[in-house]
Design a protein around this ligand. Structure first.
Ligand SMILES: [Zn+2]
Length: 253
């Protein structure tokens, strides 16, 4: 399995990456995409990716972090993104759940577009964080196409919009929320797409799957997401592994 979205660069893991990676490996994880949310976490992600052959990095500024950006951060992201170990720009996008003021939302849009420009300049895909903003996100992706596509991380939109994002060259990332009892929407989406359209993720340390909901997440729990997908799509766990690995490699390599 490939964990397409985890934060080994998070303060809870960054001082012991080896311990994290070994635990993940013994639970069947072959590769980890370490996704960033600001300039500092991007530098840490690239360091981890340089030091551990199982790890790759995504660098970028999360929408909720744009208001804390410092001068020169974007230039630094672009410089880091040139490294071969960096597979994507992310996580970038829009979050209207936490930021309701129009001024902040406009700023999020501006930096989302600027980071799409970096991705296109370097010919890399993007990892999108989108919460309560699917329509604006879609409009931006339509007017600023991403050459290499990418992933809608932790997809929580409708089945109809899922098809629209897939048409623009995106796959959908599914994680712990899929295993929650009240997860009607992601289940509907997963039943409406093809085997080419989804990849696995944990978002560790966040969004631990059932029965660990509310606790610290870890890549070692990814098999719970994989097994849920197998159950919902009525295919074997091995088939989910094969499809998700192929899909990850098609987008990110
Ligand atoms: Zn994340």
């Amino acid at each position: 399995m490939i964990d397409s979205h985890c934060h080994i660069n998070d303060p809870s893991f960054k001082d012991h990456p080896e311990e994290y990676i070994n635990l993940g490996k013994s639970a069947g994880i072959a590769e980890f995409l370490v996704v960033s949310y600001d300039e500092k976490s991007s530098r840490i992600a690239v360091d981890i990716a340089k030091n551990y052959s199982e790890c790759f990095a995504a660098v970028g500024i999360h929408p909720s972090d744009v208001k804390r950006m410092k001068k020169g951060d974007l230039e630094s992201i672009e410089k880091l993104a040139k490294n071969d170990r960096v597979l994507a720009i992310g996580e970038i996008g829009l979050d209207y759940y936490w930021d309701k003021e129009k001024e902040v939302q406009d700023q999020q849009k501006e930096f989302f577009i600027k980071q799409i420009d970096i991705a296109n300049k370097l010919n890399k895909p993007i990892s999108i964080h989108c919460r309560d903003a699917y329509e604006d996100c879609y409009e931006i992706l339509k007017s600023h196409p991403v050459n290499k596509g990418g992933v809608m991380h932790c997809y929580g939109g409708s089945p109809e919009m899922a098809k629209m994002f897939i048409k623009l060259g995106f796959v959908l990332g599914f994680g712990g929320t899929l295993t929650f009892k009240n997860a009607r929407k992601p289940k509907e989406v997963l039943e409406s797409i093809s085997d080419k359209d989804y990849i696995l993720e944990t978002d560790a340390p966040y969004l631990a799957p059932d029965p660990y909901r509310g606790k610290q997440n870890h890549s070692k729990y990814l098999h719970l997401v994989r097994d849920k997908i197998a159950e919902l799509r009525n295919i074997s766990a091995e088939e989910v592994d094969r499809h998700t690995t192929e899909n990850f490699n098609r987008i990110f390599r």
